[in-house]
Ligand binder design. Structure first.
Ligand SMILES: NC(=O)c1ccc[n+]([C@@H]2O[C@H](COP(=O)([O-])OP(=O)(O)OC[C@H]3O[C@@H](n4cnc5c(N)ncnc54)[C@H](OP(=O)(O)O)[C@@H]3O)[C@@H](O)[C@H]2O)c1
Length: 294
């Protein structure tokens, strides 16, 4: 039987790349959108569709060209939406409308865990709440994945936090709930394979909880080298320079959100990645050196 076709939007990003990998491993024929990097996707075994997901006509063409009956929707607040809530809502809505025009059988939207619980200053999460509401009313067959903080933030050179040998840094040193973008993809595969069970439902993607010291211990265990930990910047500077993210962290730190627990996610993805697992899976520092030598 031919593999079922899935189209992943924003396939070259931190989420998209690993979602494509997990879906391909689960046996789907994976198509991914990119504006400029088809070769990157090809090397990963993903069929590239050159497409700007912010343009309705590109989305229509991507769905027609791929023949995908399943669609994984990622919206990009910081880049594509230019940090504008209304623009991210418009971009997400356009993807839902394109899915309807193409008779997509199952759409998964990547939102954020407890999106409705963040305070009014947490701008970058507001569009997710609105898009979840619109999706529920859309008539589409949908599911929603709601991830917490990505482990990938621990190696994010484009946001001034490259992972370096011997040190792990983040914007909070408090206990926080994490997940890997790979597990977002593994969960998506399960949801796409079981539409009757998952249609109209959401799932929090949470696989581990710990503070920065525990993250350093995890990297130490995996690398076999001493690892120190440090805040990427003092909290007063986080408040001053990254006020939006600062307020997201207040929900994590002060309110101990999100409410979901790793044990619940493990009932769906039993081997969801812990911090140690993620360092092994990621297996590279920002300079390309492996964490675990072969
Ligand atoms: N970081 C976290 O802990 C966390 C947790 C939960 C949810 N999230 C959510 O994750 C999402 C970000 O995903 P990500 O980390 O995968 O993003 P990313 O790595 O920045 O990737 C963004 C993607 O968008 C495309 N893109 C960028 N600028 C664009 C533009 N101007 N026009 C059209 N396409 C553009 C890029 O594709 P091409 O350049 O190849 O076209 C790229 O694949 C956000 O919505 C955020 O709210 C993040």
């Amino acid at each position: 039987m031919a593999a079922e076709k899935v189209l992943v939007l924003c396939a070259t990003g931190k989420v998209g790349r690993n979602v494509c990998q997990a879906l391909a491993e689960a046996g789907f024929a994976v198509y991914g959108t990119t504006r400029t990097s088809p070769e990157k996707l090809r090397q990963q075994g993903v069929t590239p569709i050159v497409c700007d997901y912010t343009k309705a006509e590109d989305l229509d063409r991507a769905l027609a060209e791929s023949g995908a009956t399943k669609l994984f929707v990622i919206t990009d607040y910081f880049g594509a939406a230019g940090r504008k809530v209304a623009r991210e809502v418009q971009q997400g809505r356009q993807a839902f409308e394109a899915a309807r025009r193409a008779w997509v059988q199952h759409l998964i939207f990547m939102s954020v865990a407890d999106a409705e619980c963040f305070d009014d200053k947490t701008e970058h999460i507001k569009a997710k709440v609105q898009l979840e509401t619109e999706l529920r009313a859309s008539g589409l067959t949908y599911s929603i994945l709601r991830p917490c903080a990505f482990f990938e933030n621990l190696d994010d050179a484009s946001n001034w936090n490259p992972l370096k040998r011997g040190v792990v840094k983040f914007l909070s040193d408090q206990p926080i709930k994490y997940c890997s973008t790979y597990d977002i993809g593994r969960a998506a595969a399960i949801l796409f394979q079981n539409p009757q069970e998952w249609a109209g439902r959401s799932l929090d993607v949470i696989s581990w909880q710990g503070d920065l010291a525990a993250l350093a211990r995890a990297l130490e265990a995996v690398s076999g080298e001493k690892v120190r930990h440090a805040l990427a910047m003092p909290i007063w500077l986080r408040r001053l320079l990254l006020n939006d993210l600062h307020h997201m962290f207040l929900y994590f730190e002060r309110d101990k959100g999100p409410k979901g627990e790793p044990e619940a996610f493990r009932t769906v993805v039993p081997d969801a990645l812990s911090a140690e697992d993620w360092f092994r899976f990621h297996n590279r520092y920002a300079n390309g050196e492996p964490i675990v030598s072969a």
